[in-house]
Design a protein around this ligand. Structure first.
Ligand code: GLY
Ligand code: MN
Ligand code: MN
Length: 465
């Protein structure tokens, strides 16, 4: 299937959904450019929904899809002067052949053409609460349509959130997406391998002459180098490279802390490739050898991840991997004395009381795709709310969690984070561990797309030796 066909098929699916909902038109802008400071912009990143339906990466673009299947694109006009400075533009004349849309206009004509396009449509669909000012723009265009009512034009009678349709489609990855996700996972795994090896090599060799020894940013540089040299356009999110106690700060960024022998380093980093994310975490000894205390906790997290992987399969609920991982972690906490058995009881008591959250305070996964925290409902569509306990033990009405099905992609990322505290064995203080892989739910189980980097303590030590 050609790439143009991939996007055309997705647009046709939206048109079909509009038709099924009684007709209408969908409109979708891409992301705006965003200034960083003075004359510099942040690197431009298209809107994920827009890219999903067009494969088009230029800013200032809009897509319209009618229930009839007709598609219209607005994009930047050709402009020799601007193109000399900023790069080649596709332009409206070339857009239909290049992107497979039926019609294309300059974005300068947006306000003039939009009322024509919206007139006599039953409903208008656009993404709610995602593009600043979009609602006001739509209001303005609808107002212009209303002004023509005397001339026989009809104004759309309802507005709907286009995200609702797109989120559900994006939750199930097609073969085009899976191929890119696999490749992104491979590249990121290679980057983690490179960072691990660099850490060991720098510490062993007196840090290649780096004054004061290796630091977190040295490993970040290795990650970025590896991402980019394989064609990745950006990191999918800001890389975490956390040496020692920094690993216990969940949203730490790569800073300038020194990597020390005898301490762990946690790296949570993934590349974005052709619009698709990857999301890997590995935790390794900076010098390549786990201490007994580090290894004790590390093996518990490995076991927790294995338990979660086993229940990442069709028919299970989204929360089942979390529950499986939390149980193994909680049992481990009791076994090694992070939680005192006489105070906290047995594993069921620890799950019930939530005492394990002192050392494991996040969820075990999230959808992943074009966005690292991807869209998609976490509860089962069409199901009835039922009474459930929330994190604080209060009864709340909640829809049951989503049932896993083939084509969904979720991360599996258990961890243990031990901050110094009274009653916590000192040997474990300041150890932070997370292991994260990206799983594609398959017909029978799941495929881990990020296993090009070792996971077990033995494998990691062997790699870094
Ligand atoms: N790297 C973001 C996350 O793991 O959720
Ligand atoms: Mn993640
Ligand atoms: Mn992550």
């Amino acid at each position: 299937m050609s790439t143009t066909t991939v996007y055309a098929k997705r647009r046709a699916a939206i048109a079909k959904a509009l038709k099924a909902a009684g007709g209408g038109i969908a409109l979708l802008p891409t992301a705006p450019e965003s200034p960083r400071n003075r004359d510099s912009d942040f690197p431009y990143r298209h809107d994920s929904y827009f890219y999903y339906l067009t494969g088009f990466e230029e800013p200032s673009s809009w897509l319209l899809i009618e229930a009839s299947g007709k598609t219209t694109l607005f994009c930047r006009p050709k402009d020799l002067e601007r193109e000399i400075w900023d790069g080649i533009r596709l332009g409206p004349k070339a857009a239909p052949a290049a992107l497979g849309v039926d019609a294309a206009f300059s974005v300068d004509k947006l306000d003039e053409k939009m009322p024509d396009l919206l007139a006599n449509q039953k409903a208008v669909w656009f993404p709610f609460a995602t593009h600043k000012g979009l609602e006001t723009q739509v209001d303005g265009w609808l107002n212009a349509v209303r002004a023509r009512v005397r001339m026989g034009a009809e104004c759309p009678q309802s507005q709907h959130d286009l995200c609702r349709l797109l989120d559900e489609m994006r939750l199930f990855k097609d073969s085009h997406e899976i191929a890119i996700l696999r490749r992104a996972g491979q590249i990121s795994a290679g980057a983690h391998v490179r960072a691990m090896m660099t850490s060991a090599a720098m510490l062993r060799s007196g840090a290649h002459g780096v004054k004061g020894g290796p630091r977190e940013y040295h490993l970040e540089a290795e990650l970025l180098h590896e991402f980019r040299r394989h064609g990745s356009q950006f990191p999918a999110y800001t890389s975490i490279v956390a040496a020692g106690a920094n690993a216990c700060i969940l949203h730490y960024r790569a800073g300038d802390a020194a990597l020390k022998p005898g301490e762990l380093c946690l790296i949570d980093a993934g590349c974005e490739l052709d619009g698709y994310a990857s999301d890997i975490t590995r935790t390794f000894p900076a010098d390549g050898k786990f201490t007994p205390a580090q290894r004790t906790l590390y093996d518990i997290v490995v076991a927790a991840q294995e338990a979660a992987i086993k229940v990442t399969k069709p028919g299970k609920r989204f929360t089942d991997p979390h529950d499986a991982a939390a149980r193994v972690l909680a049992q481990g906490m009791l076994d090694v004395g992070l939680l005192n058995k006489s105070k906290h009881g047995k594993v069921d008591d620890v799950i019930e009381s939530g005492a394990y959250r002192q050392f494991y305070m996040h969820r075990t996964g999230h959808w992943m795709g074009m966005d690292v925290h991807d869209c998609g409902d976490y509860t089962e569509p069409g199901s009835k709310p039922r009474e459930e306990k929330d994190a604080l033990g209060q009864l709340v009405m909640k829809k049951p969690p989503r049932i896993l099905r083939a084509g969904m992609v979720t991360t599996i990322e258990p961890g243990l984070y031990v901050r110094p505290a009274k009653g916590v064995p000192k040997e474990f203080w300041n150890i932070g561990i997370r292991i994260e892989d990206d799983a594609l739910v398959t017909a029978k189980g799941c495929e881990l797309m990020t296993r090009g980097v070792p996971v077990t303590a033995d494998e990691i030590e062997a790699l870094m030796a």
